[in-house]
Design a protein around this ligand. Structure first.
Ligand code: NAD
Length: 215
């Protein structure tokens, strides 16, 4: 299925694909060769009809009598998510959060690789986060072009994030993974995904309240 045929697929469906991918990866490493939508539904705690509906957006992945081929489904969902390609990334803002992302996230196995980090703090220059060198900000635009960087990861304060996004818009960057608590305005050709851990915590807080009030 081409990107054109894929148009119109809801963000809700796309949002569920990483979870399918994660579960199928686990099943694959456990040696499970085939899985029915009922079985997948039981493990993932979603309805079998939701799974079939989700997969039908992509042609159904050829479920036969006794289920889906786990490896095939894993590879196909990986392709839809663009995980069959290497994505080179830079970090902008080599502080606490930025260093934690580079150090602790097991991204390389998924094809995401930090190539360089950038910061305004001169005491960080020529230091490294693991193997990743830290450079001054004025090198950032040319570094992106010369090293064919796809994704900029933004872990800087709000005001800096807005200013840096303006600079990034003039480079060939394809996407921004934004951790600053601000909505970024970018040209259409740049994809933005914002992550706010606090939103998840607030959701948890809501569920605690709802549960306690329902007692
Ligand atoms: P930090 O102060 O440890 O690190 C910020 C880094 O950005 C510093 O190294 C600083 O020198 C650098 N910086 C500042 N201005 C810059 C600029 N103009 N260009 C380049 N580098 C610049 O802060 P932190 O704890 O790592 O948090 C970073 C940001 O992430 C903050 O805005 C914080 O609110 C946000 N944050 C978001 C989440 C989330 O879930 N989205 C979670 C934690 C923190």
């Amino acid at each position: 299925m081409t990107a054109v045929e894929e148009r119109g697929i809801s963000q809700a469906v796309i949002g569920r694909l990483p979870r399918y991918y994660r579960y199928l990866g686990d099943l694959k490493s456990e040696g499970v060769e085939r899985i029915s939508s009922q079985e997948l539904s039981r493990i993932m705690n979603v309805t079998a009809s939701q799974i079939r509906q989700d997969f039908n957006n992509f042609g159904g992945f050829g479920q036969q009598g006794y289920g889906y081929n786990t490896s095939y489904l894993y590879e196909e969902i990986g392709k839809i998510l663009g995980l069959n390609k290497q994505h080179d990334m830079i970090l902008i803002g080599a502080g606490n959060l930025g260093q934690a992302l580079v150090n602790y996230m097991n991204l390389k196995n998924r094809g995401f690789s930090f190539k360089g980090a950038f910061d305004v703090n001169p005491s960080l220059f020529d230091k490294r986060i693991g193997n990743v060198p830290i450079y001054p900000m004025d090198r950032m635009p040319s570094y992106i072009s010369e090293n064919h960087i796809d994704i900029a990861v933004l872990t800087v304060p709000k005001a800096a994030a807005i200013e840096i996004t303006g600079v990034l818009a003039k480079t060939p960057i394809k996407a921004i993974w934004n951790f600053a608590h601000v909505d970024l305005k970018v040209p259409d050709r740049i994809q933005v995904e914002s992550v706010h851990l606090q939103d998840s915590l607030m959701k948890l807080s809501y569920n605690i309240r709802r549960h306690e009030e329902g007692k």
